[in-house]
Design a protein around this ligand. Structure first.
Ligand SMILES: [Zn+2]
Length: 470
């Protein structure tokens, strides 16, 4: 049945870049979103005009969310399922020590199917609470845990791209997560065959998709990278994704970036994912980059790495909450954007300790205005909204399906009711606004994005269907 939702609508229309976001911002104070039987948007405009959009004889269900807001669903382009219970892990220090001391032991507990099942329910519950309609999810090493994740996500009605975390080399605490080279390829292939497009049988309409996910270059070998390149080459045409980490921790000599360069003897970290993983960045296999590839962090990229990501259509998952928690530094916003690479938002939970993408956008605003000298920038609220919604849909190569309220797209949206979170409600009601109408609406969006907390996200819809776990 068709549906009509009333509320204050904000979205970034069209298919521009982050540089176009301010000009493409749509704000409809007394708005209506009309959704057809097929879950697609057939009208987005003023409430008084919505009647004309309905097919004759239609008897839609009407939801009046006023004075609430309607926003596109948040897209989280980097989050770790096996770290569902590992948020705010203390005593690890920076990235490599935190992985060894806190994360590998946590992720190893997913060997217990009951524990993994519990985590899958919690993970989907947190996603719904945070309004994350689509996500690139770094998966568990254990196939039974991935089965629980996909099955629970399907039951909840959420979108997901995920793949089991691949590790073929590691220290003592990583041992339960390691497989042989052969099993790494076999288990990943089996996951693709079992879950890629499994809900509808067609990746163009599916909510469930699979990615090839080595944790990072230090968790695999040149043999793994060569085999994964071959595997990816054979499944690219089927819309399979690639996901990993890049240039997160640059502690001199002993951090992730320097260690990767020492182990592989390559000119740049990105080369290891680009088929050039042999000493001297010599080609040793096929590239894993492309328009369905997302690399998390990219805090310390060389210009050549940013250029190569832009050229291949590879996106960045920007995770400032996590970067602060692990002392990883700040991704240079202006320089990264100027390179032309698509930058979307990621919570990186449990490296990050927030499930809400709007909290990631809030931290992005704070860290980028604090960058030194000319690098500092005050992000426009439309750029923030773009980064948390449309840029994410683009990173997932599903921009034609969701990410904003353009007509014909699948209706992924959230309802925000400020009255459910009094500090947000008060800021919206009593905060000062410019006399300039355009600046005033931008100020309202800014307050909204900075101030949303889970209780204010009251309803979450994917393809016009309410997401919930019964
Ligand atoms: Zn991560």
């Amino acid at each position: 049945m068709s549906q009509v939702h009333f509320g204050h609508i904000f979205h970034v229309a069209g298919s521009g870049t982050v540089a176009d976001a301010a000009a493409s911002l749509v704000s409809i104070e007394d708005g209506a979103l009309v959704i057809g039987d097929d879950g697609r948007i057939i009208f987005c405009g003023n409430r008084v005009d919505h009647d004309g959009a309905l097919p004759s004889g239609a008897d839609p269900t009407v939801f009046d969310h006023r004075p609430g807001f309607l926003l596109p669903g948040f897209v989280d382009t980097h989050i770790h399922f096996p770290q569902t219970f590992a948020g705010d892990a203390y005593g690890g220090g920076q990235l490599l020590e935190w992985l060894t001391l806190c994360i590998f032991p946590s992720e190893s507990r997913f060997a217990d199917p009951e524990y993994a099942e519990r985590a899958a329910v919690e993970f989907c519950t947190r996603r719904i609470a945070a309004g994350t309609t689509a996500a690139m999810v770094f998966g568990s090493a254990f196939p039974h845990a991935q089965d629980a994740l996909f099955a629970t996500t399907k039951r909840a009605g959420l979108r997901i791209v995920s793949g089991r975390g691949i590790q073929t080399v590691g220290g003592d605490t990583a041992q339960p997560l390691l497989t042989s080279e052969e099993d790494a390829i076999r288990l990943t292939t089996e996951e693709i065959e079992k879950w890629h497009g499994a809900d509808t049988g067609d990746v163009a309409t599916a909510l469930l998709h699979v990615a090839i996910v080595p944790r990072f270059s230090l968790s695999v070998t040149t043999e793994t990278l060569r085999n994964l390149g071959e595997l990816y080459d054979s499944v690219r045409e089927r819309g399979v994704y690639f996901h990993s980490h890049l240039n997160e921790n640059a502690r001199p000599g002993t951090g992730e970036v320097d260690t990767t360069k020492q182990v592989y003897q390559v000119d740049s970290y990105l080369d290891t994912y680009d088929g050039k993983f042999l000493p001297g960045s010599t080609v040793g296999g096929k590239s894993l980059l492309g328009k369905r590839s997302i690399l998390a962090h990219c805090v310390h990229c060389q210009d050549s790495e940013l250029e190569r990501m832009a050229e291949t259509g590879t996106s960045i998952a920007h995770c400032p909450v996590s970067q602060q928690f692990l002392g990883s530094g700040t991704m240079p916003w202006k320089r990264t954007i100027a390179a032309g690479v698509n930058v979307a938002a990621g919570t990186d939970f449990g490296g990050g300790d927030e499930w809400l993408i709007s909290k990631v956008l809030s931290d992005a605003f704070k860290v980028h205005i604090s960058e030194p000298g000319d690098a500092g920038v005050s992000m426009h609220p439309a750029e923030m909204l773009f980064t948390g919604t449309l840029a994410g849909a683009r990173a997932l190569d599903m921009e034609d399906r969701f990410g904003n309220f353009d007509l014909g797209k699948e209706a992924d949206f959230i309802v925000v009711e400020p009255s459910r979170h009094p500090p947000l409600d008060a800021a919206l009601k009593y905060g000062i606004r410019s006399d300039d109408a355009q600046l005033a609406r931008e100020q309202t969006l800014f307050v909204l994005l900075m101030g949303i907390r889970e209780p204010a996200v009251t309803e979450v819809y994917v393809r016009g269907r309410r997401a919930e776990l019964s």
